[in-house]
Design a protein around this ligand. Structure first.
Ligand SMILES: *[C@@H]1O[C@H](CO)[C@@H](O)[C@H](O)[C@H]1NC(C)=O
Ligand SMILES: *[C@@H]1O[C@H](CO)[C@@H](O)[C@H](O)[C@H]1NC(C)=O
Length: 242
């Protein structure tokens, strides 16, 4: 009997030991602070990530959502917290009920342990350069390692003037997507433009694509496809990768 109990315990240890957590490592390579944000929220007591810091998170086993960063955050004299980009409107560091104010570079994930789908999306514009680099693992539905996706180039240099997002002093802080800035069904892929056949790249999305060819730049953009990775040790997410 004692042996049987021991075997059960060992089996239990083996089973739980075989379950590896999904780890996200955030590295802030920017020379400014960024404030991590997620919708739906992922527990983060102190979202501020200073220049040169590395933060390690265990993700829920099942999580579908977006991660982005806020920039140039501060509190005013009534202790109200707000940010020049990616603001959550909560008035506190804790986002509570996002989605963010656009423009933001969105990192979209679908976590279903041990698989993770991931993309960099400019469908709501761009505020900070980013890279998602799976560490190990294998590509689901393909062969070889899990590909890197990123948007590293300097969008501020190419942001078309109707899409420029200024702060209250008129300085560039980000670049809107054509849909968010111009609200045209053609860019948003709504109404008669919905569906992959009718939703086509446009001059604005093509400008993004030239700089960031691994990011999705308009609603039906599937080039590259949204990758799915299985069994990676971690997902390295770098802001302002060099
Ligand atoms: C701080 O910002 C909030 C939200 O915009 C505003 O309601 C409040 O009046 C501001 N306080 C000061 C002192 O400017
Ligand atoms: C991921 O980040 C860790 C910690 O910074 C680093 O040691 C590792 O080499 C990185 N892996 C990849 C594939 O970038």
């Amino acid at each position: 009997m004692a042996n049987k109990a021991l075997i059960h315990l060992l089996l239990l240890l083996l089973i739980t030991g075989g379950h590896s957590d999904i780890i996200f490592k955030y590295e802030n390579n920017c020379d400014y602070s960024v404030w991590l944000s997620a919708s739906p929220s992922v527990d983060d007591a102190d979202p501020e990530s200073g220049p040169g810091t590395l933060e390690i998170f265990t993700m829920p086993d099942q999580w579908t959502g977006s991660i982005w960063v806020r920039t140039k955050c501060s509190v005013n004299d009534s202790n109200y917290f707000s940010c020049e980009t990616g603001d959550c409107g909560s008035g506190t560091q804790d986002c509570q009920s996002p989605p963010p104010t656009y423009p933001v570079t969105l990192l979209n994930f679908d976590v279903k342990q041990p698989e993770v789908s991931y993309e960099v999306s400019l469908n709501h514009g761009h505020n900070v350069p980013v890279r998602i680099q799976p560490d190990g693992g294998s590509l689901v539905g393909g062969t070889g390692p899990c590909p890197v996706v990123d948007c590293i180039g300097d969008i501020s240099n190419v942001c078309p003037s109707p899409l420029v997002a200024p702060n209250k002093d008129g300085l560039y802080v980000g670049c809107y997507s054509a849909c968010d800035a111009l609200k045209d069904p053609k860019y948003c892929c709504t109404g008669s433009f919905s569906g992959p056949a009718a939703c086509q790249p446009n001059d604005y999305s093509k400008t993004f694509k030239q700089i960031c060819n691994l990011a999705h730049t308009y609603p039906a953009d599937n080039d590259p496809p949204t990758y799915k990775c299985s069994g990676a040790m971690s997902y390295n997410i770098t802001f302002c990768p060099s």
